[in-house]
Design a protein around this ligand. Structure first.
Ligand code: CA
Ligand code: CA
Length: 494
């Protein structure tokens, strides 16, 4: 090639690259990026290398659900190291021709939401209590059966099982996975997920649980254990919740998982669009027809997980670690590190922990607690307060949920809780231990030891029985965390 032609060719290449949406990176730099592994000793997932050792034949670029499913099978050897690059938006709620499927496509012919509501309305269903002095929680009848069949139809499409030794990474700054769930199940190990916007893992068929958070609370007018008439009886007691099935990412038994630089949101369907169905006393802010579950839930024996620089945005139930107090098989597992993540306008579970040894440092928590429950008020007063003060964004109720057997070790975190304070930063939910050093809440040193021991019946020890050793980066002072995290957290910042 002559110099003149070579220059022209280079010019063409430069113009081409500058016109694409992707940042201009050399093939070498791109290859290094997609093969990146978790840094040495960077939290509990230490040693996770995902698909970094993939052969060239097992590097895929996918832009729809079917291509993603095919890539995960790596030509029939799903455990081979593989790198799956996500290009543009992948909608998981689609048919095989990539046409979107919605409620009407999944709904069983017998399912009718109006009939469902009529059958299980508290005024109908709650008039009798079980021996346990609660409404029966297992709904029976043709509408619940039809709902379950409908939900099963949706689940078959939108739940995608991730395979072992896999890196899934977004290309550029606009890679999205929407309207579905990535499931990292028992037996799956060594997974890296980076630089992806996860949006709206929407459940079209949420279930009403009449006994969830239900209480025989006599502050409520007419609340009585025995049915007397339409105005007096168990149907006038508070409680019952709508529950949804899908998280954006479920680490459900999987091990060695690194989640890095992802953004999690409800997209265009935040729960505020779906108000509670049943009238007072079933209109608490928590009783919206919640169509989303967690953003990243870690349950059922999952272990060795590190989350770095993720952005959790405008969502209620952010991250559940451990699904049940009775699952004692989780003891010794559920070990998770959170470093450099941003919880922005999240409601609760940042994370809520059972059993796990969780290290949380240099994370940034920002939100508004207007309407959050106040321990000095009654259930009824808190109910009214929540309704009147809610601003239509998830109410920042509780960051750390200190659950049964949990051992959270918090360091140098930064909380900015408008209309709230340290009482919203930690919440005792069956646990007995919590450690913090160096965190700030609304500019002041976080004195968790005092606030968590306000109730002498629920003492909290600062001896959590372990000390982290896996520091991928040394902690920075809490006061520097907001700028640091805003600059680094979320998709599009690799
Ligand atoms: Ca749930
Ligand atoms: Ca979940």
């Amino acid at each position: 090639m002559t110099t003149r032609y070579r220059r022209a060719a280079l010019l063409t290449a430069a113009v081409y690259l500058s016109c694409t949406a992707l940042p201009v990176v050399s093939a070498h730099a791109q290859d290094e990026m997609i093969r990146q592994t978790l840094g040495a000793r960077d939290g509990w997932a230490d040693g996770t290398d995902g698909g970094s050792k993939a052969d060239a034949a097992n590097i895929y670029t996918v832009s729809n659900r079917q291509e993603l499913l095919d890539a995960l099978q790596a030509g029939g050897k799903p455990d081979l190291p593989k790198i799956i690059q996500i290009k543009g938006t992948i909608n998981l709620s689609v048919d095989d021709d990539n046409n979107e499927l919605t409620e009407k496509d999944y709904a069983d012919p017998a399912y009718d939401f109006e009939a469902y509501k009529a059958a299980y309305a508290p005024a109908v269903w709650n008039v009798r209590l079980t021996d346990k002095q609660r409404p029966e929680r297992d709904l029976i009848g043709p509408q619940e059966e039809a709902r379950q069949r409908s939900a099963e139809n949706q689940k078959k499409r939108i739940v995608i099982r991730v395979t072992s030794n896999t890196t899934i990474i977004g290309l550029g700054n606009d890679a999205k996975i929407v309207k579905g769930n990535l499931f990292i199940g028992d037996g799956t190990e060594n997974v890296i997920i980076r630089n992806i916007i996860f949006e709206d893992a929407f459940d079209y068929f949420p279930a009403w649980d009449p006994g969830d958070s239900w209480s025989l609370n006599k502050d409520y007018p007419g609340c009585e254990a025995a049915y007397v008439n339409a105005d007096t009886g168990p149907q006038k007691c508070p409680g019952g919740r709508w529950n949804s099935e899908y998280d954006s990412i479920s680490i459900n038994g999987g091990k060695k998982v690194w989640l890095d630089h992802n953004t999690f949101t409800d997209g265009e369907r935040p729960d505020k669009l779906f108000p509670p169905v049943f009238p007072f006393p079933h209109n608490q802010v928590e009783q919206k027809v919640q169509h989303h579950d967690g953003q990243v839930d870690i349950t059922n024996g999952a272990d060795f997980v590190t989350l770095t620089y993720n952005h959790f945005l405008n969502h209620d139930k952010t991250s559940l670690i451990g699904g049940s107090d009775s699952l004692t098989s989780d003891e010794g597992k559920l070990n998770v590190t959170f470093r450099g993540n941003w919880f922005e306008n999240a409601g609760q579970r940042m994370p809520r922990v059972r059993f796990g040894k969780v290290h949380s440092y240099n994370n940034y928590f920002s939100g508004d607690a207007s309407g959050a429950p106040d321990a000095s008020l009654s259930v009824l007063e808190n109910h009214e307060r929540g309704i009147s003060q809610s601003k239509g964004i998830p109410i920042f109720r509780s960051a750390f949920g200190i659950g049964k057997g949990s051992a959270i070790y918090s360091e140098n975190n930064f909380f900015e809780i408008n209309n709230g304070g340290i009482r919203n930063a930690g919440n005792i939910q069956g646990g007995t231990r919590f450690f913090d050093a160096g965190s700030l809440v609304n500019g002041e040193a976080a004195d968790f030891a005092t606030v968590l021991n306000a109730d002498p019946k629920k003492p909290i020890s600062s001896d959590v029985g372990w000390k982290p050793t896996l520091y991928g980066k040394q902690p920075i002072p809490a006061k520097d965390v907001p700028d640091y995290v805003k600059a680094n957290a979320g998709a599009g910042k690799l």
